[in-house]
Ligand binder design. Sequence first.
Ligand SMILES: [Zn+2]
Length: 316
Amino acid sequence: MAETYPIEFAFPDLDRWEHGGSAPWVHLRDSGVPGPTAMVNALTHGNEASGAVVVDALLARDLKPRKGTLILSFANVAAYRTFDIAQPFKSRMIEEDLNRVWRRLDDPASPRTVEFRRALELRPFVERADLLLDLHSMHDECVPLMLCGPLEKGVDFARRIGTPFDIVRDKGHPSGRRMRDHGGFGDPESPKNALLIETGQHWRASSVAVAKDTTFRFLVESGVVEAVDLPPDWRQPSPPAQRVVHVTDTVTTSTGMFRFARPWRGQDTIPTAGSLLGHDGERAFHTPYDDCVLVMPAHHRVRPGVTAVRLGRVAG
Ligand SMILES: [Zn+2]
């Protein structure tokens, strides 16, 4: 499959944010007034630039919290800097996926990759945050998705944000823990809460609009700023409703090339249980129930052991 995608917006120059913060590309602003710590993070994956546009814009307007603390960060600028238009997907990471290392940060045997070392640098900020919004985008064309994690508190938070239409309730990936599941975010007893927004295809202008809208809503909901502190044109109309898609199954490819029976798009629904989903090598996979939602099917080649598609059931 040819992989040419238009790049519909300019990537910001992030060099100016490397220094002057609390860590490279991490800017913490404490209002001195009691309140929560809200963190907006971009570039966990180096080629997911829509979030970088938003965090760059917030830093450029010198946004300060009215109460509590605001943390604005770019996670993997090392990968972002390797962006090459001839191989645009390659800059997702340098050595490993930064969003799979969070369970093994205390493991002395863990390889000291670029991403692992960066996660150790980010860790005190992620652990300080009461509320986290992690800005991502997707390889394939897909409607925006709010990934709220496995817990009820994540669903509640996604509903308070009020967009997009699709809330995906999920446990993450067998290959490693995500930032959004780290520490108190993954503890049902903790008041901390985190959301991961997939804004759309990486380089669509619409993904920037979704990143702006979601960040606007997140920051206002957190209470650290007020709506008047943010660009009014970032806020988009709310969808008439939201639905929760509960991820029940993860299909992992052992060959690195899962072949789908049809060119389904993300959030397509297969009506009948037992329908052929596709093949991983010789092994056939079928849908386990009626009205099975395909969450982020990967039609491109991925590494063996990586998620090919997740299956979800509409929970209401
Ligand atoms: Zn991502």
